[in-house]
Design a protein around this ligand. Structure first.
Ligand code: DC
Length: 253
């Protein structure tokens, strides 16, 4: 029998030889960023926040006056864009074409635009490609909506962090009220707290609807994800439970 040709060297390096990937998915306001930053610290991994990439591109669309509803010009924009995530202790520093947009992308107009542009399938494919490249060597905690289902379906650990909408809205409202606003409507000085609270909850429900109902990679737990519902849990409990999940899947972490 003729000898079988040897496979090329790169083909014998199985993808499972990369360092582990921890995927954290879930809806807005569930506490993914806090959890991802904590696990990254504990495991010595990089923490990559994929929502920041959608936000950065949305900011470029706003600045270029490009419609959020038309996929072709958004895709062309993406292909002419460089987005860098630089993991830091306090979260990701985000560079859009080399400029630091870390703060600007948290504003309400960008939050809404990011949610709208994220429904387009080809744009999502572009994002997924970028995100896979970022995590190709593993050793990352990647946070988003579709990490365990689309970006790294073979991730070693998948956590789907959820909480009831009212709880997520209240947590986000407390951040707004304390001036530490991430992804929340701006609070005009004369607005009553109860109005702001309602606006935060309404904005969150709207983003939930888009996330869960889009045709491409709708927000849902991967079949092998561990679902962590933090509705009735303190932060310390959530972190401790997540550490248990990581240890169960990565005993050497
Ligand atoms: O996590 P975030 O709120 O910063 O994300 C901003 C938007 O980006 C959000 O409305 C949904 C979208 N997104 C997504 O569709 N897929 C991801 N992996 C991350 C974010």
């Amino acid at each position: 029998m003729p000898e079988q040709p040897k496979p090329p060297a790169e083909a014998v390096v199985s993808p499972s030889r990369r360092r582990p990937v921890i995927a954290i998915d879930g809806p807005a306001g569930a506490g993914k960023s806090t959890l991802a930053a904590h696990l990254a610290r504990r495991c010595g991994f990089l923490n990559l926040e994929t929502g920041a990439m959608y936000r950065a591109l949305a900011l470029k669309a706003i600045e270029g006056d490009i419609s959020f509803d038309e996929e072709a010009p958004l895709l062309a924009l993406a292909e002419a864009t460089r987005i860098d995530l630089q993991p830091q202790v306090e979260g990701n520093r985000v560079l859009l074409d080399g400029f630091d947009v870390s703060r600007r992308i948290r504003d309400a107009d960008v939050t809404s635009a990011a949610s709208r542009i994220s429904v387009h399938p080809q744009l999502r494919a572009w994002m997924v490609q970028q995100q896979r490249a970022l995590g190709v060597e593993g050793g990352v905690v990647m946070e988003g909506r579709d990490i365990g289902t689309a970006v790294f379906p073979d991730a070693e650990v998948k956590i789907f962090l959820d909480a009831a909408p009212e709880v997520r809205g209240n947590r986000r409202f407390r951040q707004v009220a304390s001036g530490d606003a991430r992804s929340a409507p701006a609070k005009p000085a004369e607005t009553r707290d109860s109005d702001t609270q309602k606006a935060v909850l309404e904005e969150m429900r709207e983003r939930d609807r888009r996330d869960r109902n889009r045709a491409e990679s709708p927000l849902r737990p991967a079949s092998d994800a561990v679902i962590l519902d933090s509705t009735a849990m303190e932060l310390a409990e959530v972190l401790a439970r997540a550490e248990e999940i990581v240890l169960a899947h990565l005993p050497s972490a």
